[in-house]
Design a protein around this ligand. Structure first.
Ligand code: 6R9
Length: 662
């Protein structure tokens, strides 16, 4: 490190709050600090500002309907179409401007640019193709696709004909695909033959087909050919499968009128991990969700039509839905889509892309920032990143060191950082500073957005003092919130409302949303989110249920019992640690360890791959027989274990520690 760097580090180390750069404030979409008070005084009508960013086919009659808690409704009586809002309405003024800038791997291959005209045309053709296949309004269409433009096209085509989509992350396993298609009774799948990872072609269709084998009803599939002949895996299509080129290009020039959807009609489903083994089908609606995605993209990400906005998430997660596809396109901007990884062909890949396309915003995850930090600042330093105006993070807490590194080495101290807390369930951002208004404090997401009423409470639901840890709750509904868990209203109430609501009350004010995160608040009302308080672990910003992983491990021959916990990890934030008891007659050996890792990968996907598999004769249990997960976490982290005498089997602790120390 040079002397200058050392000085800079020392100066930053001491600084715990940062004013938004003046140059940014001057041009910010939202820069009036009065917005907080104005929204509070005018709740819920303040949210008409969000709805009015959209074009409605018929106007809504009521902003908020709280008559049947917790099944809240927004913009009732209104009708709109999400694809018309993301495409048609931009054609007159911005038809020739770029909607999607796609950067594919391998890097020497041609990238693709879609103007709004191009995207509109292809979405119409795809909508016609889906209709031709028999997809009707409200039929759930599953997408199991890599980061290729056809994924966004297929989503918007579904939205155009009123068919909700359910996107399954391409890195998920065949089992995960089948579970989600079965749960949603989804009869249609759009997938791809393969894609590239670090230059190598991956066979995706075989995995999709394996999933389809486990789907209990008839299905129809459309397959996008992503791979050129030379790299393709020579798949034969089944009878109920056809190629995207045949289906979509057969509809050349087709025009499909955007279906008028009720504000409360489902736009999409997204399955996410929860406390039990079964993933939850989070249901989002057309009016509330799209308003939220558009308004937050405007107020928090400061997106303007002339921007080239880059979010490095995968569309298979909610971040990609709200902040690669719906929010940015609703605002008529250029949204980038990158297929590859940040370290291929070299560790400066993102910086090269930002320089080349003159990206104006970068929205990424703390896990990526920690990796960039580890690789070293020489990678970003060798590129001109001066086009950047705003930086954002999402998915997990960001530690102040990583925040400061991002601020200096990527933002050159000239870009505000928005640390945005939200969830699949919230539809969009909820807690973050407004970049043109609020002071930033590294490590703290910031205050709730205007109109959002968050509070940190203790187990009884009483507000906790500043500085003390408690549970994050949200007291007032908001337009982007999930409406229910698909076909499971009871679980919806149990998971998010029962804890802190008066569930007998029919007054919406007695209902409190519980996101299952721990948090603390400071004197200025800034919230630091500490992490999940349920059995969900956050690996590289991805939510994984410990139960899902445990059931995969117990499914491996030779395993009697398993407990999975999240241990600290430098780059991933948390990593999966699996404690395993073998069945009698099975050896605790490398072969079994490998079978366990393979079992987890095939049930969930490589993201759930255990960092360590620790064999143990027993699991530490309380006297009432509950597994002491906290203790297993401490062992994984090498922390001081404190008093273990309340355990039913304290001797097991040293046995496990020996294994970990090996
Ligand atoms: C958008 C997304 C949601 C969980 C959430 C929380 C964690 C997200 C965060 C954060 C601290 C932030 N989380 N953003 N924790 N600071 N800025 O990530 O959705 O995949 O559903 O995960 O992620 O624990 O409850 P999702």
């Amino acid at each position: 490190m040079s002397n200058d760097d050392t000085e800079l580090e020392a100066r930053l180390e001491a600084q715990d709050s940062f004013e938004p750069p003046e140059s940014f404030v001057e041009q910010a979409n939202v820069s009036d600090p009065g917005v907080y008070e104005a929204f509070e005084e005018n709740w819920p009508e303040c949210w008409n500002d969000a709805a009015d960013m959209l074009d409605w086919q018929s106007d809504y009659e009521q902003t908020f309907d709280g008559s049947n808690p917790p099944f809240f409704e927004w913009f009732t009586g209104g009708e709109l179409n999400a694809s018309a809002n993301c495409l048609d309405r931009h054609l007159d003024e911005r038809g020739d401007e770029v909607a999607i800038e796609w950067i594919g791997e391998p890097t020497e291959e041609a990238n693709r640019t879609y103007t709004y005209e191009d995207l509109h045309r292809e979405v119409n053709e795809a909508a016609a193709a889906l209709r031709e296949m028999g997809v009707g309004e409200d039929d759930v269409v599953t997408m199991y696709m890599p980061m290729i433009p056809e994924l966004a096209v297929a989503m918007l085509a579904c939205a155009r004909i009123g068919a909700p989509h359910s996107v399954v992350f391409a890195g998920f396993s065949a089992d995960a695909l089948a579970t989600r298609m079965n749960a949603a009774d989804s009869e249609y799948l759009v997938t791809a033959d393969g894609y590239y990872r670090r230059g190598d072609p991956l066979d995706h269709l075989s995995k999709a087909n394996e999933g389809l084998d486990a789907v209990e009803h008839d299905t129809e599939t459309v397959v996008v050919e992503r791979l050129p002949e030379a790299d393709s895996f020579g798949h034969d299509l089944r009878e109920d499968q056809r190629l995207w080129v045949d289906a979509v290009h057969a509809q050349k020039g087709a025009e499909v009128d955007p279906v008028a959807r009720d504000a409360e009609d489902m736009l999409f489903l997204m399955y996410t991990s929860g406390t039990t083994g079964q993933p939850k089908g989070v249901k989002h609606t057309t009016g509330g969700y799209l308003s939220w995605a558009a308004w937050t993209s405007h107020a928090v990400l400061d997106i303007k039509p002339e921007d080239t906005y880059f979010c490095s998430a995968d569309i298979g997660w909610i971040t990609g839905h709200s902040y690669i596809v719906y929010g940015p396109l609703a605002l008529g901007t250029t949204t980038m889509m990158y297929e590859g990884t940040p370290d291929y062909p070299d560790r400066d890949r993102l910086w090269e892309i930002i320089e080349e396309y003159e990206a104006t915003q970068l929205y990424t995850a703390p896990t990526a920032i920690r990796a960039f930090m580890k690789w070293g600042s020489q990678y970003p330093d060798s590129h001109d990143l001066s086009s950047l105006r705003l930086l954002g993070t999402v998915g997990e807490p960001i530690n102040p060191r990583a925040w400061k590194w991002y601020y200096t080495h990527i933002g050159d101290e000239a870009c505000p950082i928005v640390d945005t807390w939200w969830q699949t369930e919230t539809g969009g951002q909820m807690i973050t500073t407004l970049p043109g208004v609020g002071e930033m404090k590294p490590g703290s997401a910031g205050p709730p957005l205007p109109g959002v009423d968050a509070e940190i409470v203790d187990t009884r639901g009483e507000s906790v003092e500043a500085g003390r840890a408690g549970y994050l709750t949200v007291n007032k509904p908001w337009p982007g919130m999930l409406r229910t868990l698909y076909r499971n209203d009871d679980r919806f109430v149990d998971e998010y409302w029962r804890e802190y609501s008066d569930t007998d009350s029919d007054d919406w004010r007695d209902w409190v949303y519980f996101p299952e995160d721990g948090a603390k608040i400071d004197e200025d009302g800034y919230i630091t989110v500490l992490g999940r308080v349920d059995d969900v672990i956050n690996v590289s910003g991805h939510r994984l249920g410990t139960m899902e992983i445990e059931s995969a491990i117990v499914g491996v021959e030779g395993v009697a019992e398993a407990a999975v916990v999240g241990g600290d990890h430098d780059v991933k934030g948390e990593a999966v640690y699996a404690y395993v008891i073998t069945e009698d007659g099975y050896d605790e050996n490398e072969e079994l360890r490998e079978a366990i890792v393979a079992g987890v990968e095939s049930a969930i996907g490589p993201i759930a791959r255990p960092e360590a598999v620790i064999f143990t004769p027993e699991l530490p249990k309380t006297r009432s027989g509950k597994i002491m997960r906290r203790l297993l976490e401490d062992i994984a982290n090498g922390d001081d274990l404190g008093n273990t005498s309340t355990l039913r089997n304290p001797e097991v602790v040293s046995a496990i520690q020996e294994q970990v120390g090996e």
